[in-house]
Design a protein around this ligand. Sequence first.
Ligand code: CDP
Length: 225
Amino acid sequence: MENKITIAVDGFASCGKSTLAKGIAKALDYAYIDTGAMYRAVTLYCIENEVNINDDNAIQSALDAIDIRFKTIEGKNTAFLNGKNVEEDIRKMFVSNRVSEVAAVSLVRRAMVRQQQEMGKEKGVILDGRDIGTVVFPDAELKLFMTANIEVRTQRRLLELQNKGQSITPEIIAKNLQHRDHIDSTRADSPLKQADDAIVIDNSNLTENEQLTMCLALVKIRINS
Ligand code: CDP
């Protein structure tokens, strides 16, 4: 697998995109960019600084003051906001509850997309998000669109949050996932939608290993074609 490609992984909330993308990145020694973490970091900043997201000037000042970086810490991709490790905070429900509204703001999208395009300009990169195959890297050699049924997605996120010591009910999680899917799919600016040339993967009944094996086979085909 010598030829490096760009891989876009898009799909619905909590459908295993990041697990898959991290697995592929590790197997191929590719760089991994978690674009959702970037929108989550902007959201955290807006909450902490009480930024009015309907005010373009306020949003622009916030974006000018925001610096998002990723570092690998103990083998884990970790998000930093203005030098502070925010990996844990950005996954909490108070951020999940607001992130889709913030991510629908065009100024926010423009700034994040620009940074993602810069971060991913070298081939040998995999990005997970909502608009990677349609907007950020429309020329990506491999585009995957992930989906899974709501029960499976809810259970996965429940387990993830419980493992981090957050107590939450499945009902609250399911409501948040559906709420985000709705806003993400219906927003005016770069909505979540499958790229025409994306391969759809419903992983409701696939294990992490099965989906990884399947997608690595797809990567191999693309690299050799
Ligand atoms: O991991 P999960 O599926 O819960 O979501 P995420 O990938 O962390 O993304 C959080 C939110 O960021 C999404 O619900 C979208 O509102 C937004 N997002 C986006 O608009 N565009 C992207 N490329 C990635 C995320």
